[in-house]
Write a protein that binds this ligand. Structure first.
Ligand code: ADP
Ligand code: MG
Length: 260
C-alpha cells in the first residue's frame, strides 16, 4: 500500500479502495502498568475489509474499542474520515455514530421487539420519523435475513438470528465503517455460518469493515488485508495470501501453527 492519504487505490484483488476512513497514528495505551497498545498505527480505506488476528490478550479488542472511544488512549491520534476523535461531548457522539460496532454478545434490548431494537437509535439520535425508521429497519432486517422475526422479542430468536439483528441495528445508523469484535465466538457452531454469510455479503456490498475473528476461512477469503497483533503491537499488515503463505514474523508463524 502506498502512503497517499486521499484518492483511490487498488488492492491486491483489484478492488477499488477509497479514502482513508480510519487512521490510528502511534497510539499508546496503558492499563495501570500494563502497556496494552504499543505504538499502534493503522489505516483503513473506504471499502476495505481488514481482519485483525492475534493471540488472546494481544490488544485486538482494545484497539477496536479505542476507535469509537469506548476506551481512551494515552498517546497518539485517531482520525475518523479525517476528523480527529475528540475526548468527549457532542462532536464525539457524532463521530461515534459513524462507526458501527458488533460485539461477541449481541446485547439486544430484551424488552423491545426486534423492530424496536433496530429503530430506537435512528429515531432518538437521527430523529427519524417512526414510519421512516420502520421502513428502513424492515429493509435492513430483510437484508440480514430476519425480516420474518421483526415483531418477535430477542429471546424468541436463535443466537445467529440475534447477531444478525445486531448487525442490522448497527447499519441503521448509516455508519461509514463497521467494527466486529469476535461476532461469532459466542454462537453455537451451526449458527456461525449464517452470520459469516451476512458479513461476507456486507463486504461484497462495499462496506468498510474491521473484523476481529478466529474464523480463518473468512480471514483468507473475505479480508483485503490481515493485521496481525501480538503483545500490543501490530507485527504484520499484509494481504491474506502473503500472511498465510509467507508470515514474516516468528510470532505469526507460531500463531498459524496453532490455529491452522
Ligand atoms: P484481545 O482482544 O487481543 O484478546 P484485549 O484488547 O482484550 O486483547 O486485551 C489486551 C490486554 O489488556 C490483555 O492483557 C488484557 O488482560 C488487558 N485488559 C483488557 N481490558 C482491560 C481492563 N479494562 N483493565 C485492565 N486490563 C485490561
Ligand atoms: Mg478480544
Amino acid at each position: 500500500m502506498s502512503s497517499t492519504i486521499t484518492g483511490t487505490q487498488v488492492d491486491h484483488n483489484g478492488k477499488q479502495l477509497g479514502r482513508v476512513l480510519v487512521e490510528l497514528n502511534h497510539v499508546n495505551k496503558w492499563y495501570g502498568d500494563l502497556h496494552v497498545l504499543k505504538d499502534v498505527s493503522l489505516k483503513v480505506r473506504q471499502g476495505e475489509v481488514v481482519v485483525m488476528l492475534g493471540p488472546s490478550g494481544s490488544g485486538k479488542s482494545t484497539t477496536c474499542r479505542t476507535i469509537n472511544r469506548l476506551e481512551r488512549i494515552d498517546e497518539g491520534t485517531i482520525l475518523i474520515d479525517g476528523q480527529p476523535l475528540p475526548q468527549e461531548g457532542r462532536e464525539l457522539q457524532k463521530l461515534r455514530q459513524q462507526v458501527g460496532m458488533v460485539f461477541q454478545s449481541y446485547n439486544l434490548f430484551a424488552h423491545l421487539s426486534i423492530l424496536d431494537n433496530v429503530t430506537l437509535a435512528p429515531r432518538k439520535v437521527l430523529k427519524m420519523s417512526k414510519a421512516d425508521a420502520e421502513k428502513e429497519a424492515l429493509e435492513l432486517l430483510d437484508r440480514v435475513g430476519v425480516a420474518a422475526q421483526a415483531h418477535k422479542y430477542p429471546a424468541q430468536l436463535s443466537g445467529g438470528q440475534q447477531q444478525r439483528v445486531a448487525i442490522a441495528r448497527a447499519l441503521a445508523m448509516h455508519p461509514k465503517v463497521m467494527l466486529f469484535d469476535e461476532p461469532t465466538s459466542a454462537l453455537d457452531p451451526e449458527m456461525v455460518g449464517e452470520v459469516l454469510t451476512t458479513m461476507t455479503q456486507l463486504a461484497q456490498e462495499g462496506m468498510t469493515m474491521i473484523v476481529v475473528t478466529h474464523e480463518m476461512g473468512f480471514a483468507r477469503h473475505v479480508a483485503d488485508r490481515i493485521v496481525f497483533m501480538a503483545d500490543g503491537r501490530v507485527l504484520e499488515s499484509e494481504s491474506p495470501e502473503e500472511f498465510f503463505t509467507h508470515p514474516r514474523t516468528e510470532r505469526a508463524r507460531e500463531f498459524q501453527s496453532k490455529i491452522l
